[in-house]
Write a protein that binds this ligand. Structure first.
Ligand code: UT7
Length: 367
């Protein structure tokens, strides 16, 4: 049975930064309160022309470059997102088209902030089963579009960004070691965007009621998170047959420093074992774990051969954890430049639209 190794990684955040001081000009809050209660100092906010696919493609090209893989080599693209560009089509399909990943199947996965763990596990399981050889797993969000900038309990938290991993099959042991996924829909009302779906289709009244905004019971989500972060970490270690001492790093969902500290206390671990970068990005939902991982790898914190646990929680409610051994790129011949495929992908996309148009005209004539 092949192993699923993480052989490429990349991240992308919008250049526009919103500081706590900037937010204090919009709502009754201040830098000291936000830092003390969340640990966040600033977050990145997408411009009008930046979408989950834009950020996802940028992160993916970096990941493919490190993996030395062409977009056309990919078998599967999974995009985890809670801020998809449309209800349908899937954001993953937009990314597939922009990358020119002509062979890949593509779908979105909705498990909120836990989504990247779910998606990485799904990609890894498809490789482990032998049905595919490579997968691109993306977590991408522009949740700022759904933030009520008059609600101080939520607008201080969220930021935009994307992270992407390439998974590849290898006979070499390692890569994704185990994963656990959990849900409890009885808490579905605790964190939600209620409007725009089929229960509350967009209308004047959904907008007047603010149903298009993120609504959250912060205290309940906080309590739930502190309960599950430590237990999911322990559970995934048992599945992997590892003890906590055999793991070098815990990479938690970057929601609130107090939640991460509570999880560390629960496991009696020093904070030095936790990868934390929420001060600069805020809560980027499903993108937070890959963004934290990519930064840690680039800084030389996480090294090949080291073992780690990714652990997250979010709306749904969902929570989960994934244990992995960090491999790094599989040595390969040649030098692939995935960014060059973007031009061909654009041309291909235009040509396919034109052909579809011509085919439509011919088909109509035949009828
Ligand atoms: O990916 C999952 C996403 N969600 C989460 O991770 C959220 C988890 N929850 C949290 O992180 C925290 O509950 C918050 C950061 C949202 C809130 O922090 P808290 O320490 O739980 O504050 P609180 O809601 O208990 O409010 C304490 C006080 C209240 O004032 P009173 O009633 O005591 O007078 C709030 O009105 O702080 C007030 N408050 C604020 N004050 C200044 C709430 N938000 C703010 C604010 N600035 N931004």
């Amino acid at each position: 049975m092949p192993y699923a190794h993480i052989t490429g990684w990349g991240m992308s955040v919008p250049e526009q930064v919103l500081t706590n001081d900037d937010i204090s000009k919009m709502v009754e809050t201040n830098d000291a309160w936000i830092r003390e209660r969340t640990g966040i100092q600033e977050r990145h906010i997408a411009r009008d022309n930046q979408f989950p696919s834009t950020l996802g493609v940028e992160a993916s090209i970096k990941a493919l470059k490190i993996a030395n893989l062409r977009p056309t080599d990919l078998d599967l693209i999974i995009c985890s997102t809670s801020s998809p560009e449309y209800i349908f089509p899937a954001t993953a399909c937009l990314i597939q088209d922009q990358l020119g990943a002509t062979k890949a199947g593509a779908f979105d996965l909705s498990a909120a902030c836990t989504g990247f763990i779910y998606a990485l596990n799904m990609g890894a399981q498809a490789i482990r089963s032998g049905s595919i050889k490579s997968a691109l797993v993306i977590g991408s969000e522009t949740l700022s579009r759904f933030v009520n900038w008059k609600d101080r309990s939520t607008c201080i938290l969220f930021g935009d960004g994307a992270g992407a991993f390439v998974l590849q099959a290898s006979e070499q042991p390692g890569g994704v070691l185990s994963a656990v996924m959990h849900s409890d829909g009885s808490g579905s009302d605790l964190l939600t965007i209620a409007g725009g779906g089929s229960r509350h289709p967009s209308s004047e009244s959904t907008v007047l009621d603010g149903k298009h905004y993120i609504q959250m019971d912060g205290n309940e989500v906080f309590r739930f998170a502190t309960r599950v972060m430590a237990s999911a970490t322990e559970e995934v270690l048992v599945c992997a047959g590892l003890t906590i001492d055999q793991v070098q790093w815990i990479v938690p969902h970057q929601a609130n420093i107090r939640i991460i500290k509570a999880a560390a206390r629960g496991l009696k671990l020093p904070m030095e074992r936790y990868i934390v970068n929420l001060e600069h990005y805020g809560n980027t939902s499903t993108a937070s774990i890959p963004i934290a991982m990519v930064e840690a790898v680039e800084k030389g914190q996480i090294k090949p051969g080291e073992k780690l646990v990714m652990v997250g929680f979010g709306a749904g409610l969902t929570w989960g954890a994934l244990a992995a051994e960090w491999t790094g790129p599989i040595p390969s011949k040649g030098h692939v430049r995935p960014e060059q495929y973007r031009f061909f992908a654009r041309v291909r996309s235009v040509v396919r639209r034109a052909l579809r148009f011509i085919e439509g005209l011919l088909y109509r004539r035949e009828l």
